[in-house]
Write a protein that binds this ligand. Structure first.
Ligand code: UDP
Ligand code: MG
Length: 315
């Protein structure tokens, strides 16, 4: 059996060699052949040079380098495409995904699970972030058709058929967490303790990026927000209709008395806000259709290891 370990890397020169060493030494305990698929996502530091060196020293280290930064989703997709293994693990470069877990994941895969999800506990996270993400998953799971777990990230083992299923989904706006859950297959979760980022550097997740990521999660799985806008729109229209009737009746009975300035402003601003909000929602979907319609590639490859072949999957 061949195990592929896919590692998306964006400016990871400090930690990459350590990670590769740890993964390879850990997997010596397991009865599998290993290949590493290192995906350079447009790093500006020496990441690619390190990948070349790693490949020269050990041809089991394969690599793909993008022409620019395309984002982690694209890097994971490329890695899955290049991986040739019978099972594929996706893990981060910064050692936040402990390599020792690979052994346990392989054991569970051997028991017949197609997806082994490594879920991290949230200890050590900022309190607000923990609370917000709990709330977020409540909300998302209530809204969309797939179920996403808090703390379950991209660190997971996938069987060949799970990988092939993921590769068949060529959508442009990829939200892997949802896609993993969408494909199904027997799935099991293992927990691990939170680890602080290695090799200095900040997490690349700014608040803004998290917010965008959160919106993607909701938008890419169904049209519940559009539904919601219909309901709210209907309720507001109904209420204002009743209100207007009331005003007309009052005017007929008592004549026009109040100048109605406050009501007018309230109605204009309220309605204006709602309309902008739902225009935004619709615009978001139209934008997505626009991107899908262009059918652009998810990433462009600038360099691979000499003689690289893509994996044996559907494309
Ligand atoms: N990453 C990537 N492209 C990006 C940003 C990040 O390939 O544009 C990689 C990064 O090198 C790392 C993983 O994705 O291996 C997770 O990134 P990070 O540690 O910054 O995120 P966090 O652990 O905070 O979720
Ligand atoms: Mg990290």
């Amino acid at each position: 059996m061949l195990l592929s370990v896919v590692v998306p890397c964006h400016n990871e020169e400090d930690v990459l060699a350590d990670l590769v060493r740890e993964v390879l030494s850990t997997l010596e305990q397991a009865d599998v052949d290993v290949e590493l698929v290192l995906v350079d996502d447009g790093s500006r530091d020496d990441t690619v040079r390190i990948m070349r060196e790693l490949h020269e020293r050990d041809p089991r280290c394969r690599f793909v380098s993008f022409s620019r930064n395309f984002g982690k989703e694209a890097a994971m997709l490329a890695g899955l495409g290049y991986a040739q293994g019978d099972a594929v693990v996706i893990m981060d470069a910064d050692l936040q995904h402990p390599p020792h877990l690979l052994i346990e994941m392989l054991r569970l895969h051997g028991e017949g699970y197609d997806q082994v999800i490594a879920r991290r506990t949230r200890e050590g996270d900022a309190f607000t972030r923990t609370v917000l993400s709990r709330l977020y998953y409540r909300l998302v799971n209530a809204m969309v058709d797939v179920n996403m777990q808090d703390g379950a990230g991209d660190f997971r083992l996938l069987s060949r058929r799970a990988v092939d299923s993921l590769l068949r989904m060529r959508e442009y706006n990829r939200f892997s967490k949802g896609l993993f859950s969408w494909i199904g297959f027997p799935t099991i979760t293992v927990d691990y303790h939170n680890v602080a980022r290695q090799g200095g550097g900040e997490s690349k997740w700014t608040f803004r990026r998290l917010l965008n990521y959160g919106l993607d999660g909701i938008m890419s799985f169904n049209n519940a927000p559009l539904r919601l806008s219909i309901y709210i729109g209907a309720i507001v229209t109904g209420l204002s209709f009743v209100y207007v009737i009331g005003l007309i009746v009052a005017a007929l009975m008592h004549g026009v008395t109040a100048p109605g300035y406050v009501t007018l402003i309230a109605a204009i601003t309220g309605m204006g806000g709602l309309q902008l909000l739902f225009l935004g929602v619709i615009g978001e979907y139209v934008g997505r259709i626009y991107y899908e319609a262009k059918r652009r590639p998810h990433y462009l490859v600038a360099e691979t290891e000499p003689g690289a072949r893509e994996g044996g999957s559907i494309r």
